[in-house]
Design a protein around this ligand. Structure first.
Ligand code: ZN
Ligand code: ZN
Length: 421
């Protein structure tokens, strides 16, 4: 166990971690342009935060929460998603008293005690945004546009936006009854999970992936048919806004998302992977009642979350190389103890000018050091031996051409700065 990581967790090693940094930086950049500010939340909350928000009929609460009792016998849960904690913080810190809307983003690890399987992790990472205090369909369009913008800047292709309206407190109860009546006729054709869902939450049968259930769903009364006037107007306005900025979408009446708290807008951005089913890169929706459920005033909310692991896998599948710099520009190769110290001073001076510099610390031979410089793929290697040191010079070798020239040690930083420009 001492050298084995827990099931469902990952080590992201150098080579991989640069990609994470690049994507995180891009998310921050896009959020800055859209006016979303970062909120940094605890990784665990009181369990009731998730019981209240995620919904007691969702899979997360039923099977997947990573819960524990702390030493004070309090029930705690490692966060399975970011929305609930954000709502809790919004209320606790009275962000509702600021001018609205409140536009926030978060990123970091989430936890679900899932059965181990390919691509599902117990610790996984999400980036997400949440907006409070705006009910206008234009903000739904902004949230979707931001999601698409991040994927677009990464160079992803084959994306499509799936969108649906899932109803509200006015129109959902009637729709639920219609769905129950409809599905009861086909009870024997539904999978076990859906038979279990039938009386409690028939809406979720609509996004079951089992073939039998999918077939039955084809004739089910849709959320769009069941939508009240307010929901219809909101949905149509959202589609108009997306049209206006050229975001293409598909209306998917089976898209209801796993969580009970969505009202009106639900959306996913999916990627059409080669030879396999569509995979959702991100998903979200409107959750107008949640702030109230936490004891706050009636306050609209909307957000989405994106899985970082899935995104990285998709970038790999599409052969997209992120522009992450990997190689030092200069390698300093000292020979002998006196030269080691001079090399150390020069290394610091070059780094002070923003030049990525490496040096030998193992007292290797010149041959071994040149090999190291090759492996680092540096542009220049600086060789300093005893005789160079005596003359107050160093030999600078341009690795691409093999050309060498001597430079006074006092001029070395300036010389390399000029060459690297
Ligand atoms: Zn409605
Ligand atoms: Zn099913």
């Amino acid at each position: 166990m001492l050298t084995t990581r827990p099931t469902g967790t990952n080590d992201f090693l150098p080579g991989e971690s640069e990609k994470w940094q690049y994507i995180e930086q891009l998310c921050r950049q896009v959020c800055a342009e859209y006016g979303y500010k970062e909120i940094r939340l605890p990784i665990f909350e009181h369990t009731e935060v998730y019981l209240r928000s995620v919904g007691e009929t969702s899979d997360i609460v039923e099977k997947e929460m990573y819960s524990f009792e702390d030493k004070g016998f309090r029930h705690m849960t490692l966060r399975p998603e970011g929305t609930a904690g954000t709502v809790r913080a919004f209320l606790e810190n009275k962000l509702y008293a600021d001018p609205q809307p409140t536009k926030l983003y978060y990123m970091g690890p989430m936890f679900r005690y899932d059965k181990p399987q390919a691509g599902r992790y117990r610790q996984f990472n999400q980036f997400g945004i949440e907006v409070f205090g705006a009910d206008h369909a234009g903000i739904d369009a902004e949230v979707i546009t931001l999601a698409v913008e991040i994927f677009r800047r990464l160079g992803l292709t084959g994306l499509s936006v799936k969108i649906n309206t899932v109803g509200c407190a006015d129109c959902r109860p009637k729709h639920m009854e219609e769905l129950k009546t409809y599905f009861r006729q086909y009870e024997d054709k539904l999978c076990d999970t859906c038979r279990d869902r039938l009386e409690r939450n028939p809406l979720r049968i609509l996004d079951c992936k089992e073939d039998g259930c999918k077939e039955v769903c084809k004739g089910a009364p849709t959320t769009i048919e069941a939508a009240c006037d307010n929901c219809s107007t909101h949905f149509n306005k959202l589609l108009e806004y997306l049209d206006a900025v050229g975001i293409s979408y598909e209306i998917d009446t089976n898209l209801v998302r796993g969580l009970d708290y969505y009202v009106r807008t639900a959306f996913e951005v999916v990627i059409n992977s080669v030879g396999s089913a569509q995979n959702a890169l991100c998903g979200g929706g409107r959750y107008n009642g949640m702030v109230e459920q936490f004891g706050g005033d009636d306050m609209p909310g909307i957000g989405y979350a994106m899985g970082m692991e899935r995104l990285l896998l998709t970038l790999k599948e599409q052969g997209i190389e992120l522009p992450v710099s990997k190689h030092p520009e200069v390698y300093i190769a000292p020979l002998g103890e006196a030269a080691q110290k001079e090399a150390f001073v020069l290394t610091q001076a070059l780094r002070g000018k923003g030049i990525y510099t490496e040096k030998d610390y193992l007292g290797k031979s010149l041959k071994a050091q040149m090999k190291a410089a090759d492996r680092f793929q540096v542009a220049y290697t600086v060789i300093i031996g005893d005789s160079e040191l005596e003359k107050g010079i160093a030999v600078v070798r341009e690795m691409a051409t093999g050309e060498q020239h001597e430079v006074a040690l006092s001029q070395l930083v300036e010389d390399l700065e000029g060459r690297l420009k």
